[in-house]
Design a protein around this ligand. Sequence first.
Ligand SMILES: Nc1ncnc2c1ncn2[C@@H]1O[C@H](COP(=O)(O)OP(=O)(O)OP(=O)(O)O)[C@@H](O)[C@H]1O
Length: 366
Amino acid sequence: MTGTSRADGVGDDGSDGRDGAVAAGADRDHGDGDDDGDGPARRALSATDVRKAYGDVRALDGVDLAVDRGEVFGLIGPNGAGKTTLVRGFTGTTDVEGTVELLGADPTDADPERIGLLPQSFDPPARLTARELLEYYAGLYAQARSVDSVLADVGLSDDADAWYETLSGGQKRRVCVGTALVNDPEVLFLDEPTTGIDPAGRRDVHRLVRDLAAGGTTVLVTSHAMDEIERLADRVGLIREGRIVAVGTPSELIAEHGGEPTLSVRLSDGAAADGAETALRAVTSRTRFSAARGRDGASVGKTADLVVSGVEPASIDAVVEALAAAGVEVESLSWSEPTLEDVYLELTGETYRPTALEMAESGGDR
Ligand SMILES: Nc1ncnc2c1ncn2[C@@H]1O[C@H](COP(=O)(O)OP(=O)(O)OP(=O)(O)O)[C@@H](O)[C@H]1O
């Protein structure tokens, strides 16, 4: 099995209570004067010029990063950007060049009792129940939480006695999240914790992370769900091709890289698009026209979307009036602020392009 050693990040116990994580975290001295080495007392993690190569692949290419105690730090980036490699560097589960510190010490010297790790790939024995698995991991630690409380925290009290192999993908992932919590860690690494978990379960995990952070636990979480990171993280780091290219609070990153708010206007008649665009240019010079195109590239034209950038809520009326004055019928309007997803798309250079099939299925009006 993977992830069975404490260095790989799991532990146990067996009392109970769904407030265990909060209570345990709150009771313990997480993240103050208990300095463990030569870094500032407040620092939970630090990386200085960290590099890791696999053959010709530079998984990490000079990472500098510091995470304070008690922070929830979100690490985002495209597939293959280096997130898991960095987590493994911080946990001492892979060798890296440069300097990495975990609670002020070399990660390989860190006390496993103080660390929790949910690896991205985790494959516990299938012929154990959820409870038995958590009891097993709890047994690896000198001190561990009640297994019942961990089961409650991850929403598995009712399925505690089902074999792991009979659980759904999301339920399995919940067990795995539980294994990373059993020792009530001071620093918790969650590598894509909510993959496969349904929306309600994701909320359970989010609540858990927030509760743990409130109790002083430092959490490093990776995810491809930008809404999740935006909601959870105090600060976010975006890694691309092995380098951290931006760090800040979600609102700082959105203000700097997220672009402008946009007003999307759906026109009832695609043929009116040109007239609408002309009318809108009189109001703003920032109209972008999202042409609806079919499989062969020809205009479909049943409806049409205009995207107007930089429209503040106070200006929406002016847009509507300009369209009405031009005799253009509007089917719907929606205004949105930029999000962390816009930051991600901007900084990674990735864009979403609907396929021809998607466009055809949507009536060509994407
Ligand atoms: N054990 C390994 N052997 C060879 N190459 C590896 C190994 N682990 C990672 N890599 C490579 O290092 C790079 C970074 O991988 P890593 O798993 O850290 O990315 P990631 O950001 O976590 O990606 P994902 O979002 O897909 O999980 C990738 O190019 C990957 O193929």
